[in-house]
Design a protein around this ligand. Structure first.
Ligand code: LAC
Length: 314
């Protein structure tokens, strides 16, 4: 008998988790299990979504629970659990609290869903991915971080806004660390309708777009008092969709590197990867400009500092 993919969202009572559920439900990507340790939080989100199902066009048959064992045999587990940053905070400042939460969730993933593909969203993302990998022992194909899809989406939308063009025609990626300081928007390969970005914007305009992209999450957090959820929800859903439909899309995601880009083995940073029903099946490597190479090296150094704190905590 054919079965629908089982997708568990841990932290579904929070904004990002609920946004992931909404878009995965609308796209009918699988049977959704909403887990949140906070009493009634997942149930409340499930009810809200179910009440909108008739207009949203999806069947409101979610499982919502505080009981992590309901993730049993999930094909995909999305981890959004953890505290979000507040205005003025960096993602890195969340490391000690969130490392403990991610460790706890991942122990349960290992126990109940040992074959799952794990998508981590909790911050500081790249260090949390290392925690997830260490706790589960899953291969790199099955431990993937949501960072670059969001950062690249911000980059593309900033370019589209400055040029007043449709965002669909903007092709641009962000790699590196998912931090304000060390994400690396790639200008050398960015194009608009196939035309290099460097032919369309002045260096000053490009510098502005890059800086706005790196501060995209911080800017939004200052405006609304907590971190984003709509764009992160879309980002996670694009990853889930590529995996469950075996689309093979090439999206920037954080994964464990094995020497690619000259980065030492075992570091988790964002690079373009192909997402299939095996997970992060293939890492794509391409030539970076000198400036981008240096920025990636700096991202690696910062990652090591945050990872050290994360691993000391767990
Ligand atoms: C952001 C969070 C999800 O960048 O890291 O909005």
């Amino acid at each position: 008998m054919l079965k629908r993919p089982k997708i568990t969202i841990v932290g579904a009572g929070g904004n990002v988790g609920a946004s992931v559920v909404q878009w995965c439900a609308q796209k009918e990507l699988g049977d959704l299990v909403l887990v949140d340790l906070k009493s009634n939080a997942a149930q409340g989100r499930a009810l809200d979504l179910a009440q909108g199902g008739s207009f949203g066009g999806f069947c409101p048959n979610f499982v919502a629970t505080e009981d992590v064992s309901f993730m049993q045999d999930s094909d995909i587990v999305v981890v959004t659990a953890g505290i979000p940053r507040k205005p003025g905070q960096t993602r890195e400042e969340l490391v000690t609290v969130n490392a403990g939460i991610v460790k706890n969730v991942c122990e349960n993933v290992k126990k109940y869903a040992p074959q799952a593909i794990l998508i981590v969203v909790s911050n500081p993302l790249d260090a949390m991915l290392t925690v997830a990998q260490k706790v589960t022992g899953f291969p790199r194909e099955r431990v993937i971080g949501m960072s670059g899809v969001l950062d690249s989406s911000r980059f593309r939308s900033n370019i589209a806004r400055v040029l007043n063009v449709h965002v669909k025609d903007v092709s641009a990626i962000v790699i590196g660390a998912h931090t304000d300081k060390d994400m690396v928007p790639i200008v050398s390969t960015a194009t608009v309708g196939g035309v290099p970005l460097t032919k369309l914007l002045t260096p000053t305009q490009i510098a502005d777009v890059v800086s706005r992209t790196k501060r995209g999450g911080a800017e939004l957090t200052e405006l609304i008092g907590t971190s984003a959820w709509v764009a992160p929800g879309f980002g996670v859903t694009a990853m889930v969709e590529s995996i469950v439909l075996n689309q093979g899309r090439v999206l920037p995601c954080s994964v464990e590197l094995k020497g690619e880009y000259g980065i030492a083995d075992g570091a988790c940073l964002c690079v373009p990867v192909q997402l299939t029903n095996k997970g992060a099946e293939k890492v794509f490597e391409f030539e970076l400009s000198q400036e981008e190479k240096e920025a990636l090296k700096a991202a690696y150094k910062s990652y090591l500092e945050v990872r050290k704190i994360a691993l000391e905590t767990v």
